[in-house]
Design a protein around this ligand. Sequence first.
Ligand SMILES: Cc1cc2nc3c(=O)[nH]c(=O)nc-3n(C[C@H](O)[C@H](O)[C@H](O)COP(=O)(O)OP(=O)(O)OC[C@H]3O[C@@H](n4cnc5c(N)ncnc54)[C@H](O)[C@@H]3O)c2cc1C
Length: 609
Amino acid sequence: MQEDRCDVLIVGSGGAALRAAIAANEAQPELRVLVATKGTLGRSGVTATACSDRMAFHATLATTEPAEPEAWRYHADDIYRIGGYVSDGDLAEILARNAADRFADLDRWGVPFVRRADGTVDQFVTDGSKYARACYTGPYTANHIEAALVTQVQQRDIALREHTLVAELIPAARGNRVAGALVVDEQSGDVSVIHAKAVVLATGGAGQAYAVNVFPPECTGDGYAMAFRRGAELVNMEFIQIGLSSVATKLACSGSMMRALPRLVNSDGREFLPDYFPAGTSWGRIYTVLFAKGASWPVSYQEPSHVIDIAVYYELAAGRRVYLDYSANPMGLEPSELEERVLRWYNDAKSLDWVDPAIAGSPLRRLVAINPQVVRWLAERGIDLAAGDRVEIAPAIQHFQGGVKIRTRGDTTVDGLFAAGETAGGQHGANRPGGNALLDSQVFGKIAGESAATDAAATKRWPDISQTGRQEAIAWLQAFKGGPESLPATEARHTIQKIMSDIASVVRVRERLDEGLAKLDALADQGIRVDDKGLAYAVETANALTCGRLVVAAARERPESRGPHLMFARFGDLEPLPADEAWQRYIMLRRSGERIETIVRTPVPLSGA
Ligand SMILES: Cc1cc2nc3c(=O)[nH]c(=O)nc-3n(C[C@H](O)[C@H](O)[C@H](O)COP(=O)(O)OP(=O)(O)OC[C@H]3O[C@@H](n4cnc5c(N)ncnc54)[C@H](O)[C@@H]3O)c2cc1C
């Protein structure tokens, strides 16, 4: 078996991984820093591929309101408060305090952030934040960040292995330390070992554990699963950003898509929304809530518009499909019944008046008036609203708030193992302010890279690899050859995704989570075998399975609603259980034999909180 050596192994090539690689190289230029990634540099992961109407990078700059010394403290406060008090306050402070410097790096490296005529950076308010902190380049902010980081990496002495799936971390012979990894060449299927003094996991989220998600295919949660198998602690895995998206195009159907007040119809042709409001709710109230959904895309317990997500979820659970239909007004819509804030928004933000029959008479005319780009964007992808096409929607997974528990150095509970970006957990709570994930990738990417380099520099010899650990990792890979009872990877993937979308999406009920976990555990016992998609796909499927089990194990332990975790007493209930202050606690997960152990712990408070 081929063996390779590096001082710092960076797993992944998204925003967090590349920032970590740059920082490791700058901190200790004499060390060999190796980036091992699935796919090709600059083309894999969310940072390289995701887009939305306006992608945000959150930062408190010198010009950011209220433009006071230490204004970053308001940002830290927002992260902690919006997070529902289930994050480490000191990590929120690190994020907020370092945001301006990480923005300056990206700006210097050529990310084309939009500026106003006076040269100051244009910033807007994102969900729940107190001040306008969201910097942007447009729909492709993340892709611009990735491109700038790729250029920086290529200008430095940083080694690269593309099409390389890091499959398993190998422990050191002594202590609770990681000493390298077993990797699989995605193209040939060849297996090799990389010895490393320190490892940074930056493998992104686990969207592929769910049937409907807006992640690229490589985001199967490998970092969460590998860290768990190696004994690291994970946190906040129950908190996942979920929002209504177009099934065909993955477009997040927020903002104008809802504010235009389309009909929500199911595949039986029924306008179902009123069925999910208390009897007697006025049409005006129903459509004002639909309008409010436009301003709060991810499901959140704190936002009453979560009733829209719940309604769509139950329709799908009943076997019906759901569409946004812009061809005619929803039933009962009367402009005079809409709450004042709807009419005011049209007037103030868009200079449009509901006395205009075109505005009052048609959702399509409203959408064209407030966001013509989205109508064009959909038409280019085969959904022609003007011709009466409807947008099929479903709750889609967009971001994992939790992950491998880190502390202030990006360090995990395993020596020599660091995590950053979406793979890391504890810096965000139940919700995260929009724009904070890209920020996180840069702040904790840099910190994790520096810490890993410092750690590696202090480790004079490569730690001996545990021979037992190495054999176990190889045996784990060989098990994918499978016996007759094991499930082909493609079939297993569909089963996992269906279970997760059924039980651990918008509506969560303890009994269903218990049943789901039992099914996932049974699948893990049964085993997964390689099919025509190859070894890497089988490994990823096993990782998605582990992530599914971790999410469900955490969700079933939280008996309240918080952020996107809506817990219900019974399936079919419309009202989630209330948030409970006593549950301003972490649910930590770690491996105990083949079981998942859960531990309830108190987060680190914000300083001064
Ligand atoms: C549609 C969409 C819109 C978003 N909008 C915003 C926004 O406006 N603002 C914001 O802040 N956030 C936003 N987010 C979230 C944010 O973009 C991501 O959280 C962030 O880009 C993740 O960066 P990352 O480096 O952690 O992971 P990624 O960029 O996903 O990179 C992960 C990398 O790890 C590699 N990898 C995975 N497993 C392995 C393995 N086993 N071995 C080797 N390599 C591996 C992948 O190939 C990839 O290179 C959005 C997300 C989506 C999907």
